[in-house]
Design a protein around this ligand. Sequence first.
Ligand code: SAM
Length: 222
Amino acid sequence: NDQDQWTSVDRYFTELLAPDDEALAAALADSTAAGLPEIAVAPNQGKLLNLLVRTQGAKSVLEIGTLGGYSTIWLARALPADGRLISLEYSPVHADVARANIARAGLDKLVEVRTGAALDTLPTLAEEGAGPFDFVFIDADKVNNPHYVSWALKLSRPGTVIVVDNVVRGGKVATAHPDDPAITGTRAMFDLVSAEPRLDATAFQTVGTKGHDGLLIARVLD
Ligand code: SAM
């Protein structure tokens, strides 16, 4: 069926272009062993994030939604030695697993995982003057996506790139689903981005190991 074909094409690309190394494989294995849900980005998506951060020449990255730190490792590996990544995670259990995975990957000097609801930790970041970030990856509770994009904008500079994951959700995004908070939040995020004069954006659908989904990529205008 379609999913089998999508999965085999992802495997083909991943083996050639984005194979998991020891630290990435161990991050996934330890996340599963600790009971975390298996919802990290796929390896070829992790590689996309890594390439985008390097293309952007980013030195500072903000991630919202750490899980076990799999995407964090891909992102942080794109940073120079004086770079910095802050990743926000609600669950203390997820954050602990992520910190161990990030340390094993040798990235703990660059990465800080902050525990708490992102809508609480984002204002703290702003108060600290932690921004502007060069790159923001939003991958947490989808209902809050409009708030996360607004915060990403507040913590940005002209040229900052903002990526939002899981914006297609099996195609449901194209129509209103009032009973599905993830769709409602994602659609509100699209309304916000399309009406926001400071953002220039596109979105596209993907198929792969993770089914039918997609990404939004936005750039803060000069
Ligand atoms: N970016 C990760 C990766 O690809 O490896 C996957 C992140 S997972 C899809 C979403 C994460 O967001 C979960 O670990 C969840 O606990 C976290 N989360 C959910 N609600 C949150 C909130 N309000 N604030 C911060 N993190 C939240």
